[in-house]
Structure formats: structure tokens, C-alpha cells
Design a protein around this ligand. Structure first.
Ligand SMILES: Nc1ncnc2c1ncn2[C@@H]1O[C@H](COP(=O)(O)OP(=O)(O)O)[C@@H](O)[C@H]1O
Ligand SMILES: CC(=O)N[C@@H](CCC(=O)OP(=O)(O)O)C(=O)O
Length: 245
């Protein structure tokens, strides 16, 4: 059976993609695996916000996003991060195409809670046919973490949540959340394999903080919705922390 793999590449991880990363992608493609990339870029968004005098505010690792913040987020993700990543894939001989929520209604979402997060969304629909069409052309879709509401409002989506929603809708087998740490750590020691139950306990005991919070909640959600394994790691060649049933 064809394996489907979703890889979320965080803003920092995107600048550290090694030749081994691309070799692994090519090996998976030869094995007929279908790959989707979802990129982050929170670091780029924050630095563009600083330049444009827009305050950076986070609630549980999620950015509070104003209407001006949405415009800046689009500029950073669609003007800087995504084109650079597509070019990095080309330089490493992996054919890829950059896509966003507005690409033939790729990602439709609704507002999470405007009072708490502003213009931040959750994805509730994916144009899976568009992704299938890209796969048929041997293109790897590289997708920005934004959603479009039914009435045409752009929404900022945490990239871990976006990757999880896409993995769920595409019935992916594996989800990689690539970040700047080798895995989930407790007292400095990396955990190799945890159940969603254990992940929840870690979250409730506040061992997990900041940007790791949306990763753990994403991993729990993904595994409970049928994704076999979620890897929190800094590279696809290293399993990192595996969240699985
Ligand atoms: N228990 C933990 N184990 C590992 N990292 C953790 C933990 N708790 C918090 N973190 C933090 O989460 C960060 C990863 O989240 P983030 O910086 O948002 O990554 P990304 O931009 O890749 O989404 C790590 O750099 C680390 O500082
Ligand atoms: C709503 C929300 O928090 N959106 C994120 C989208 C980018 C992201 O998640 O990037 P990383 O994966 O690199 O952190 C943000 O604005 O930072």
C-alpha cells in the first residue's frame, strides 16, 4: 500500500535541511511513498513584525494575530519562507510546488476564538484532489500554514496544527514535526516512545512549554485520528520522540 508521509518543517528546521534529508525523501519516493511538506516560519513572522512595529504576542505557543498581523504573516510565509524552501528542494533535485490556502480552496478553516487568538484558524477542509493531482505529477506539495474562511478571511494557523489537520484529512501514515530539538525531553533526557496518554500527562505536569505545547497537542490529536506514528525530531533520519498508540 502507498505510504503517505506529512513532514512539518519549522522555521529554524527549514534553514538546517541536510543532504541526508533530501536523500531520505528520494528513497521514500522510489518506494512510492507520497509526501506533503507543511512549513512553519514563526521566526520570520516575528522578525518582520518587529520591523513593522507590530507587537508579538503568544498564547500557549499560538500567535495572537491582528488583521495587520495577518498581512505580515502572509508576507513572511508566502514572500520569504515558502519560495526559499521550494528553491532549496529544487537545488536538491526534488520537484516541489508551493501552495497556500487560496490555491483552488486548498485549506478551508474557521476562526478558533477571536477574543483569545484574533485571526487564527483551525482547518476543517482540505482539497485532497489538488494534492492527489500534484502527486500524480511527481510534485511534492509545500504548503503554508494559513487557512481561508468560507467568507474569504485569511487566518493564521499554527504550523503543527496545520500539518496535523492535513495528515488527518489525507489519512497519512506518518507525521514528522521537524523542529530545533532532537525530541521531547524530561529532565534533560530524550523520550524515545510515548503513548498519547503519557504525552497528555507531560503536558498537564507542565514539563512541556512554549512551542512544544502545540506539537504535543498535535501529536495526541493525530494519533487519535489514525496517524500511526508522530515523530518529534530535528531530522527525518533520526526517529526522535515517537508518539504512537
Ligand atoms: N519538554 C521539552 N522538550 C523539548 N523541547 C521543549 C520542551 N519544552 C519546551 N521545549 C521548547 O520547544 C521548542 C520547540 O518549539 P518551537 O521553537 O516553537 O519550534 P518550531 O519553530 O520548530 O515549531 C524547543 O526549542 C524547546 O525550547
Ligand atoms: C497561529 C500561529 O501561531 N501561527 C504560526 C505560523 C507559523 C508557525 O507555526 O511556524 P513555526 O512552526 O516555525 O513555529 C505563527 O504565526 O508563528
Amino acid at each position: 500500500m502507498t505510504k503517505k508521509i506529512v513532514i512539518k518543517i519549522g522555521g529554524t528546521a527549514a534553514t538546517q535541511l541536510s543532504p541526508a534529508f533530501f536523500e531520505t525523501i528520494k528513497i521514500w519516493q522510489k518506494q512510492d511513498a507520497k509526501i506533503i511538506i507543511v512549513h512553519g516560519g514563526g521566526n520570520h513572522i516575528s522578525s518582520l513584525m518587529a520591523q513593522l512595529n507590530e507587537p508579538v504576542q503568544k498564547v500557549n505557543g499560538i500567535r495572537f494575530t491582528t488583521q495587520k498581523g495577518i498581512e505580515i504573516t502572509k508576507m513572511a510565509l508566502l514572500g520569504q519562507v515558502q519560495p526559499d524552501l521550494v528553491e532549496t528542494f529544487r537545488l536538491n533535485s526534488v520537484a516541489a510546488i508551493g501552495l497556500n490556502a487560496g490555491s483552488n480552496q486548498l485549506l478551508t478553516g474557521h476562526m478558533l476564538d477571536q477574543d483569545v487568538y484574533g485571526y487564527v484558524g483551525a482547518i476543517h477542509q482540505v482539497n485532497s484532489q489538488l494534492i492527489q493531482n500534484m502527486w500524480q505529477q511527481n510534485l511534492v506539495p509545500i504548503i503554508a500554514p494559513l487557512a481561508m474562511s468560507n467568507d474569504g478571511q485569511w487566518l493564521n494557523v499554527n504550523a503543527d496544527h496545520a500539518a496535523t489537520a492535513i495528515a488527518k484529512y489525507m489519512q497519512a501514515d506518518e507525521l514528522y514535526l521537524l523542529t530545533d530539538v532532537s525530541g521531547v525531553k524530561v529532565s534533560g533526557n530524550m523520550l524515545h516512545k510515548i503513548t498519547p496518554q503519557k504525552a497528555l500527562e507531560l503536558q498537564e505536569s507542565h514539563v512541556i512549554t512554549g512551542g512544544m505545547v502545540p506539537k504535543i497537542s498535535s501529536a495526541i490529536h493525530a494519533v487519535e485520528r489514525g496517524v500511526h506514528n508522530v515523530h518529534i525530531t530535528n531530522t527525518v533520519t533520526h526517529p526522535g520522540t515517537i508518539i504512537t498508540l
